[in-house]
Design a protein around this ligand. Structure first.
Ligand code: PGA
Length: 232
């Protein structure tokens, strides 16, 4: 596991957006898996800025999103679909047909998750960007998730329900699915992530801290700021 320590959230966002732009420059049809939440917002802002300056072309990339609430209406402002279009997709030249999101309106979550896995199998993820939950979750792989888990419907952990103010369930890419990505970048910023980061780096690989499974992957880079690294 490679660890890059940066000063703060701005530096973390700068570095992450630069990495993404560099990867797209190397491979114009890059397949990227994207998270939601606070961690990637600065990165998305930078990507939009650089796109406007003509420094990056998203017309051939494909994206998969990590997770989605369930059930959730397409235009619900809580939905991750809304977040992605509002914070990134509507502001860059990505093609609609290259955007893959888990469907929070599906009547058949099992079918939807199988279909998503199949699409990822056909379009292997080159670059996976992840945040980490205060409880060590990645995507909505909450504590207790198995290393061999695939995309599925899950219950949210009580602390996630409280933090995200969402009472339902979620669809999430599984840990196995995430680990198959060629490159993984995990972002952690702020004091509230310090315990999870400490456990991730210094603790055991344990399903009670799902992010710890990433330690077994050679291609993981952890980008953490000073506050997130404060307990190391
Ligand atoms: P955050 O969420 O980026 O909003 O901190 C990360 C997560 O809970 O996975």
């Amino acid at each position: 596991m490679k660890i890059i320590k940066v000063k703060d959230y701005n530096e973390l966002s700068d570095l992450t957006s630069k990495i993404i732009i560099k990867e797209i420059a190397k491979k114009s049809n890059l397949v990227i898996s994207l998270p939601t939440g606070k961690s990637p917002l600065g990165t998305y802002k930078n990507l939009i800025k650089e796109y406007k300056k003509g420094k990056v072309d998203f017309s051939r990339i494909k994206t998969f999103n990590l997770d989605e609430y369930y059930p959730v209406k397409k235009n619900d402002i809580k939905s991750y679909r809304y977040y992605m279009f509002n914070n990134l997709f509507n502001k860059i030249n990505i093609k609609k047909e290259n955007i893959h999101l888990l469907d929070g309106t599906t009547k058949s979550p099992i079918k939807e998750c199988k279909y998503y896995e199949e699409k990822i199998r056909k379009n292997p993820i080159d670059l996976q960007i992840l945040g980490i939950g205060v409880n060590g979750h990645i995507g909505f792989n909450e504590p207790g998730s198995e290393k061999n888990s695939k995309t599925r419907l899950v219950n949210l952990a009580p602390e996630t329900v409280k933090r995200n103010k969402y009472l339902g369930k979620a669809l999430t890419m599984g840990i196995y699915t995430i680990l198959k990505s060629k490159k993984i970048i995990l972002l952690a910023s702020g004091k509230e992530k310090a315990v999870a980061v400490k456990d991730l780096i210094l603790g055991d690989v344990d399903k009670n801290l799902p992010a710890s499974f990433l330690r077994e992957s050679k291609n993981i880079t952890l980008i953490i700021d000073k506050q997130a690294a404060s307990l190391l």
